[in-house]
Ligand binder design. Structure first.
Ligand code: XCC
Length: 632
């Protein structure tokens, strides 16, 4: 395992002092956590790592090895690997579709006055409504209802019906490339059905067609699950605005009732923030002996709240960290309730919570965890009452907190967040020109999106932070979204005072604009926001995204949504570094298509390089080559 050995004490599993400190605490308390379970799983199955295991039918599991070059049915390594890849992407697509559907339903109920939400960004609502051809003479509420219906019907379109959102939001040059390859997607749910059907036992065994299926699915996911989701989320909760916040476990206040919003869908969490400020609930908290009520963020829901903490999430108490820190914040003994709204709530969270008074509650009808009995399933029309119920549950849990069991590490970091195309435009005085000029003159050598999850395989956050620092040192501006954002926040890379990590030119740009070296775009869903920003830059320069001095890296990808995201980024025309090595290396064909051939078809390709310094240098060389080709 790639872990840090720089200090004299034991090797560190995490790049963050707070997490290492809490890991020591869990060990001393005899609590097993993710780092211990990782060790217990070593060595891991080499067939699985290469994608060479097929478990689809009861003849299996079949494994491709030097002794048998096909499964019992005759499926080759290429078929098995490609089929497994489609199955990973389809899971990601489905989870994103669920997120978007919850939002669309909430938008509709809000337009009908049935929820505590308001139209948070009416300007965006009108802009999008006019782009998709809705009647702009209508009121905001009528438009919101019509937009919600349009999104729901887009989700359900047939696979042969073109997606409006692709037509409206994708650059013309991209659409041409996708049409040429025959991968223009239809409705997400139909694409999911087709991909699942094709990847059943012996329905589609053509690895090339399976790869094209994964691309179609990922494009549908990109424009619905990513772009569609962030668009509706902005309309409902407001677009991000620049804001100051804090991150790391040291922000936990031992004096207050503490609620953690954990997941990806910030709807219940926003309502809980509002409820936590109600005088009657604050009085209840004080009666229980607390000085107040605080709502903290964890992983992607936290990033969504932070991004909007200047407006709809004001009262947000800061970001604790990314998914790998969930057991460690519970182990502070000072967390009273965790709301789990979507993916990345690990069963280990329950094992940790059982050692303390912490109450776990699933707040989405999809989410359930073995042993967790409390469910408050999000309902847009009941959410105001549900939020009050959750705050009351937290206050009750607080009464069972054992003060002697509380230990909060001291580390905390200042963060400036809230970036997105609108807030960047605002900061630049209404035009992208200052940024484009900085790119043209080379003050900003290029832009790198370092996004996605964190993964124990690489050691918690080491690789993403190394890659970010390499980019910054070489004057490449970094944008982050997902669990990588939490890592950057904790290590102060989102503090404008940290420009010393930048090369001189980039440092000067950051100082002049008052921005941090790494710009927070939000959660992994906000990769759609990065796509929109890249589209805006490409449009301003009159080029295709694949021609820009831009690269993407998901250096510690974890799960299936990230697989769909990665294929989307490549299809969008970007060189996309993916770590750890995805489970495709068992197939020469799939590996070659993704890392080489696809570039001629779509402009982007996958870069596989486990050494983060080398990976960054390859991406910087790519950025330089794109600059030369553009003559800048
Ligand atoms: Fe999960 Fe979003 Fe990945 Fe983090 S980035 S490990 S999905 S929490 Ni989304």
């Amino acid at each position: 395992m790639n872990i840090c050995h720089t200090c004299a004490s034991s090797p560190c599993y995490s790049a963050h002092k707070s997490t290492n400190e809490m890991y020591e605490r869990t060990r001393n308390l005899g609590i097993t956590t993710v780092f211990d379970r990782w060790e217990a799983q070593q060595p891991q199955c080499g067939f699985g790592l290469q994608g060479l295991c097929c478990q689809l039918c009861s003849h299996g599991p079949c494994r491709i090895s030097p002794h048998s070059d096909t499964g019992i049915c005759g499926a080759t390594a290429d078929t098995i690997v490609a089929r497994n890849l489609v199955r990973l992407a389809v899971h990601g697509a489905a989870a994103y579709a669920h997120h978007l559907e919850e939002l669309a339903k909430t938008l509709k109920a809000t337009a009908q006055g049935q929820t505590p939400f308001r139209i948070g960004d009416p300007r965006k609502l009108r802009e999008v409504a006019s782009l998709i051809g809705l009647d702009s003479s209508k009121s905001n509420e009528q438009l919101a209802e019509a937009l919600s219906s349009a999104i729901l019907s887009e989700l359900r379109k047939g696979s042969d019906e073109r997606l409006l959102l692709v037509d409206v939001f994708a650059p013309a040059s991209r659409k041409k490339a996708w049409e040429a390859l025959g991968v223009m997607p239809g409705g997400v749910l139909s694409e999911i059905r087709d991909a699942l059907t094709k990847s059943m036992t012996n329905i589609n065994t053509d690895p090339t067609d399976l790869l094209l299926t994964a691309i179609r699915l990922s494009l549908a996911t990109g424009y619905m699950g990513l772009v569609g989701t962030i668009t509706v989320q902005d309309i409902l909760l407001g677009s991000p605005a620049l804001v100051e916040s804090e991150a790391d476990l040291g922000i936990i206040d031992p004096e207050t009732v503490n609620i953690v919003a954990h997941g990806h869908v910030p709807l219940m969490a926003s309502a809980v923030i509002w409820a936590s400020q109600k005088p009657e609930l604050l009085a209840l908290a004080r009666e229980a002996g607390a000085s107040g009520i605080k709502v903290y963020g964890s992983m992607c829901t936290g990033q969504e709240l932070m991004q909007r903490s200047a407006s709809s999430a004001s009262g947000f108490a800061g970001q604790l960290g990314n998914w790998m820190m969930q057991e460690y914040y519970v182990a502070t003994g000072a967390v009273d309730l965790v709301m789990m709204d979507m993916n990345c709530s690990i069963p280990g969270l329950k094992l940790a919570a059982d050692q303390f008074h912490t109450r776990l509650v699933s707040v989405d009808r999809i989410v359930r965890m073995d042993g967790v009995k409390d469910h408050v399933d999000y309902d847009p029309e009941k959410v105001a009452d549900q939020a009050v119920q959750l705050v009351r549950m937290a206050i009750d849990a607080f009464k069972h907190r054992v003060p002697e069991n509380v230990y909060v590490p001291s580390h905390r970091a200042r963060v400036v967040a809230g970036f997105g195309i609108e807030s960047i435009l605002k900061a630049l005085g209404g035009s992208l020109d200052p940024l484009l000029d900085a790119i043209k003159t080379g003050s900003v050598r290029g832009i790198a999106a370092v996004v996605g999850c964190t993964n124990n395989r690489n050691g918690h956050d080491f690789k993403s932070l190394t890659i970010m620092r390499e980019f910054l040192k070489n004057n490449v501006l970094v944008i982050s979204a997902g669990c990588t954002s939490s890592g950057a926040q904790i290590e102060s890379l989102m503090d404008p005072a940290s420009t010393d990590v930048c090369g001189e030119k980039l440092g000067d740009v950051c100082k002049a604009l008052g921005i941090p070296p790494v710009l927070n775009f939000g959660s992994c869903v906000d990769i759609g926001r990065i796509g929109a920003a890249v589209t805006a830059i490409a449009d301003s320069l009159g080029v295709d995204p694949s021609q820009l001095p831009v690269a993407a890296s998901a250096p510690e990808y974890l799960e299936q949504k990230a697989v769909a995201d990665g294929i989307f980024a490549v299809s969008f025309g970007l060189l996309t570094h993916i770590g750890p090595v995805p489970p495709v290396t068992g197939s020469e064909l799939v590996t070659k298509v993704l890392t080489e051939d696809i570039e001629n078809l779509l402009g982007g390709k996958v870069l596989v390089e486990e050494d983060p310094v080398k990976a960054a240098s390859i991406m910087i060389a790519h950025i330089d080559a794109k600059r030369s080709a553009l003559g800048i």
